[in-house]
Structures are given as C-alpha cells and as structure tokens.
Ligand binder design. Sequence first.
Ligand code: COA
Ligand code: MG
Length: 291
Amino acid sequence: MDGMVRPWRSALYIPASRERALEKAKSLPADAILFDLEDAVAPDEKPAARRLLAETLAAGGYGERACLSRINALDTPWGEDDLATLADARPAAILLPKVNGAADVEALARRLDARAGTAETRIWAMMETPLSVIHAAAIAAAPRMAGFVIGTNDLAKELGARQRPDRLPLMAALQTFLLAARAFGLVCIDGVYNAFRDAEGLRAECEQGRDLGMDGKSLIHPDQIPVANEVFAPTDDELDLARRQIAAFEEAAAEGRGVAVVDGRIVENLHVAAAQATLAKAAAIARLAAR
Ligand code: COA
Ligand code: MG
C-alpha cells in the first residue's frame, strides 16, 4: 500500500515478549501494529523478546498492516542491542521512545545509514516528554521521520498533570504535536486509553482525537480496535456530502463559476480537496478490508 493513502485508524501495541499475542495480531483488524520492546517488556525478558521480534518480523504474515517496532532508547542498556538484532529483519519502521529533540532522531538515522538492510527503514517518534513538546517541529523535520505516536501516560506523569476525561491538561501538547506533524507531512497517532474494558470512554476519547485532527489512536487491547476503526473512518454522511460537493463544484466550474453551494454552505477549491481526501481514505479502508 506504499505510495497510496494508508489508513492509520488503529495502532495496537503488542509486548514483543508475548508470542501468543504476536500470532493473534495476524488476524486482528488493526491498521498498524506497534511491536514493543520498551515499557511493556520487563528487563529480564528483553533479550528473548528482541530475538522473538526479529524472527517474527522476518517471517512476516501481517499482510497490509503497518509494522512499527518500538525499541528501547539508545541511552539505555538495551537500545543498541535492540537495533542490532532487528536490523537483520529489515524493519519497515522503528518507533523511538522518549524523543527529546532532533538529535535523538539523527542518532538513530546515522545508525540506520551505517547498517545493511535498513536503507528504507523509517523513523517514528514517541512524543511523550516536555522537551518533545518544545522541540516538536525540529523533531518532525529530522531525517527519515514518518510519524508521531503520542505517549500521553508518560507526558501526564512528566507534567504532573491529572488524567481527566476532557484531557484539558494535555491539550497544548496534543495540538503542538499535531501542528508539527501537519507542517512536515507526518502521520500523528493519539495516545492510549488505559481503561481497556470501557468502550464508551474510549469512543469519547477517539472522537476528541479525531476532531482535533489525529489520524488514529494507539491501542493496548484487541477489543479497542473496532471502536477506533469506526471513529477514524469517514461516515456514510460524510462520504455522501463529499460526493455532492465534488459534483456541485464540477457543475459550477463547467458554468465558469469558482464556487458552488451545497446544503447552504459554500464549496471552494479547498473543500473539494478535502472531499477528495475523504473519498481516498474510504477507498483505502475498503481496499484493506477486502484482503
Ligand atoms: N495485542 C494482541 N493480543 C492481545 C493484546 C494485545 N495488546 N492484549 C491482549 N491480547 C489477547 C490475549 O493474548 C488474549 O488472547 P487469547 O484469548 O488468544 O489468549 C485476548 O487478547 C484477550 O486478552 P485479555 O485476557 O482480555 O487481556 P489480558 O489480561 O491478557 O491483557 C493487558 C491485558 C492490558 C495486560 C494486555 O492487553 C497488554 O499487555 N496490552 C499491551 C500493553 C502494552 O503494550 N503497553 C505498552 C504501550 S502503552
Ligand atoms: Mg512511554
């Protein structure tokens, strides 16, 4: 699906130490898998988990799902070994935790440049520290960058913020991440919803993230996937409106007018571009579902 629009509605974390969960993910309808060697894997389990992940990536079987591997930070005892072990499996994407500035991304990019098999590997940054907020634009502009995954748990902890349903204490950070991602053409995936049995709470938070402009939600449990997939997909009403906007604009253009009116609202070039993006996203989702 490279080169085409790819949906990023649901990105499921899987601890790389859990063989059964790694297997199960091959049949789950997540748009992306976030294989984790960092915080979901205990220190004692890390060496075995990184070997299992390298084997799992090399064997494949994840179809059209985007595969991101979250390594430990390079200044921890595990980061360099994670990278060395994964490099042989030609990872499509490395998710780097606790990024504080462009230098962290550049350090990883240099290592990828120096290795065989990682010429195409893209870098994703976990945005979860106060410095990542302050340096968001420079991080987004760094080499190999493809997207942000927001780490709201770490960020709330670092800020001393309370976790509230309205996420007001995190809003400045969430919007700064989005601004930087959009300014540099990156994907932006929202943080996790911890109460994984609470589907209604998850739905509300997905809707909030969608309304802000997020591409999708990072998830911790398979049960969360259908909610995120639904909330971050265009609705039938949105698709209907998009088609009518495009048709009305074409009709207006054929008559030499630069604007159209649909449902009492003005439709200009930019609305048509947004309508086309909505249709393209729906088509990409349909292609994914057909496999
Ligand atoms: N990915 C894939 N499969 C998962 C999964 C995940 N993140 N979480 C649970 N499953 C599987 C379980 O293996 C189980 O499969 P089975 O029925 O074939 O055995 C099934 O889903 C149901 O799991 P359940 O019993 O409801 O949950 P649990 O108690 O096993 O696990 C968590 C709950 C939260 C511990 C677990 O979901 C988890 O580890 N999530 C990821 C945490 C993570 O990666 N955090 C780091 C980023 S915040
Ligand atoms: Mg974190």
